[in-house]
Design a protein around this ligand. Structure first.
Ligand code: DGL
Length: 273
């Protein structure tokens, strides 16, 4: 059997990346870890997020993996480089692909970025965008209220709309024509966000571009899965509530998923120096 693609996030957000991986690469198998017990990562100090990310990577490396995806912007901002240096398999983050997609999409050169406090504080998107095109204007804004909304499964309706409206108010009048959903939880609220910002603003989720990058890396290394469709070979782990995780995952994917609970302490596998 082919080795799997490991995917990690602080919670259910990384499922938005998994959905796109499975759409583009339906033969691949996924091993996923959502760290609900310690979610949100956004307000935590960078050092702590780095440690959590390395712990989960070590947990996932117990499976035969061919590639690891840090499907969390907050974790990508602080841990991508160190994991790329330390792991023997390719490690892919979600910031660079999102930055590239936004540059491709903008017509007026004004790009908005929303994300967690940690991601916005790191200025990782701004740096990634300006490194490619210094003439673009980047307007960044942290939306700490959106991750708890998604984790509680409130993805539609007036309650979701009211929170999103309030969170995005500071972007009004900014003149952006492109908005990066710089947190993998946000695509679960995509319809509400699009409704609030209006059709004139193109929403960018890193998922599609990240999956394309994964596809290119696997092809380059001759690692694309050759099994028949992976279907039910996926494994999902959460350090939080299995029932809530399964409900959100099944609603998002439209097929049943097998979810296991792992206590955060079980995931505290020592990461080799
Ligand atoms: N989904 C994650 C991100 O992309 C983290 C959300 C959080 O835990 O605060 O940043």
């Amino acid at each position: 059997m082919d080795a799997a693609i490991g995917v990690l996030d602080s919670g259910v957000g990384g499922l938005t990346v998994v959905k796109e991986i499975l759409r583009q690469l339906p033969r691949e198998r996924i091993v996923y870890f959502g760290d609900e017990a310690r979610c949100p990562y956004g307000p935590r100090p960078a050092e702590e997020v780095r440690r959590f990310t390395e712990e989960i990577a070590a947990f996932l490396m117990q499976f035969p993996l061919k590639l690891l995806v840090i499907a969390c912007n907050t974790a990508t901002a602080v841990a991508l480089e160190s994991l790329q240096d330390r792991l023997p398999i390719p490690v892919v983050g979600v910031i660079q692909p999102g930055a590239r997609a936004a540059i491709k999409a903008t017509k007026n050169g004004r790009i908005g970025v929303i994300g967690t406090v940690g991601t916005i504080r790191s200025r990782a998107y701004e740096k990634a965008i300006l490194r490619i095109n210094p003439q673009v204007t980047v307007v960044s804004h942290a939306c700490p209220e959106l991750v708890p909304l998604v984790e509680s499964g409130v993805l539609h309706g007036p309650a979701a709309r009211a929170v999103v409206e309030r969170a995005l108010e500071p972007l009004q009048g900014s003149g952006i024509d492109t908005l990066i959903l710089g947190c993998t939880h946000y695509p679960l609220l995509q319809h509400v966000i699009q409704d609030v910002v209006g059709d004139g603003v193109m929403l960018i989720s890193s998922a599609e571009e990240t999956a394309r990058e994964i596809s290119a890396i696997l092809a380059h290394h001759g690692l694309l899965a050759e099994d028949v469709l992976a279907d039910d070979g996926h494994r999902f782990f959460t350090s939080g509530d299995v029932v809530l995780f399964r409900r959100i995952a099944e609603q998002w994917f439209g097929f049943p998923v097998d979810v296991r609970h792992v206590s955060p302490s079980m995931s505290l596998v020592h990461f080799p120096a």
